[in-house]
Design a protein around this ligand. Structure first.
Ligand SMILES: NC(=O)c1ccc[n+]([C@@H]2O[C@H](COP(=O)([O-])OP(=O)(O)OC[C@H]3O[C@@H](n4cnc5c(N)ncnc54)[C@H](O)[C@@H]3O)[C@@H](O)[C@H]2O)c1
Length: 286
């Protein structure tokens, strides 16, 4: 029997769509719950666009695209998640939104189902208290874009049972990803290392150690990273990084997470990175 053969995803945005696609590609059926039908349509369009780009590059056949899309079912009714053995929440990064979703989901799924959150910055142990069996709750942190990034952090909340962690490790392997079990601490593992590094790079720039372009070149060539810190910041969004690092700072009071003044100024000025047409790279060039 397939582990978590009936799976559900909540939120058909950037991450939810990518996660649903990966699960469908593994041969499982996946139901995706959204707040309105327009967003369901947008979610399907994004998955189709991703697969069509694969067809254009000769990596995906039309038959495979249709097979993958055929395994994804969109809905706006939480009752349609009743058969799900695993529910992956990938909705808007707000505690109140997520807790309301978990209460609704817990009311319809079997008490034996596993419920996980894809949150980047909220506490898994806290979110777990929104369902009656917190031992069935964990974090399953995919990276963006979920279709391409192989690592998935499996976050053990204070109440999560070892059996649930074991089943999630097996599931992540079965969908073709590499699981890394971690404790529930701000930033989990990857972002805990990443956030202070990005903050340091921003402070180096503010201290006029070098230009953003030169820091990017030095890091790419010196450390073998695919992207330099400012290329990465412009890609993920300065506001997204500021929110994440501020949350980690609030939770730990560790100065390494404190948003640097230049980052705060850039966000306040609306320079958010590629999505706003300018971030660190353009700001320094202009
Ligand atoms: N974008 C990233 O780089 C990234 C990486 C890892 C984890 N995450 C996490 O993944 C989650 C989703 O992020 P995203 O970038 O996909 O956001 P997004 O805004 O692209 O998608 C969120 C979706 O959730 C939907 N939603 C909101 N309330 C809902 C509800 N009550 N029921 C059903 N759907 C609802 C929204 O309509 C939206 O389509 C967040 O918790 C985020 O922290 C994001």
């Amino acid at each position: 029997m397939t582990l978590f053969g009936n799976t559900a995803v909540v939120g058909f945005g950037r991450m939810g769509g990518g996660i649903a696609q990966v699960i469908a590609q593994s041969g499982r059926n996946v139901t995706v719950l959204e707040s309105d039908s327009g967003r369901v349509d947008a979610g399907f369009a994004a998955v189709r666009e991703f697969l069509d780009a694969g067809i254009a590059r000769g990596k995906v056949t039309e038959a495979r695209r249709d097979e993958v899309l055929g395994r994804i079912r969109g809905t706006t009714a939480v009752e349609e998640l009743a058969d799900a053995e695993l529910v992956i929440e990938a909705a808007t990064e707000r505690r109140d939104v997520k807790r309301a979703i978990f209460a609704d989901v817990a009311a319809v799924v079997s008490p034996n189902s596993v419920v996980v959150t894809n949150t980047s910055a909220l506490s898994v142990s806290d979110l777990a208290t929104a369902i009656p069996q917190p031992q069935r709750f964990a974090g399953l942190h995919f990276f963006n874009p979920a279709q391409l990034m192989r690592v998935v952090e499996i976050v053990k909340g204070l109440a999560t049972s070892p059996e649930v962690i074991d089943s999630l490790v097996q599931f992540v392997v079965e969908i073709g990803k590499d699981p890394v079990p971690v404790k529930d601490r701000p930033g989990f593992l990857v972002n805990r290392l990443l956030m202070p590094y990005l903050n340091d790079a921003i402070q180096e720039l503010d201290d006029e150690l070098a230009t953003a372009e030169d820091i990017d070149v030095a890091i790419r060539l010196g450390l073998g990273y695919k992207l330099g810190p400012f290329e990465l910041l412009d890609l993920i969004g300065l506001d997204v990084h500021e929110h994440a690092t501020r949350s980690a700072y609030d939770a730990t009071l560790d100065a390494a997470f404190a948003p640097p003044p230049l980052l705060q100024a850039m966000v306040a000025a609306g320079k958010l990175g590629n999505k706003s047409g300018g971030g660190f790279r353009e700001a320094v060039q202009s």
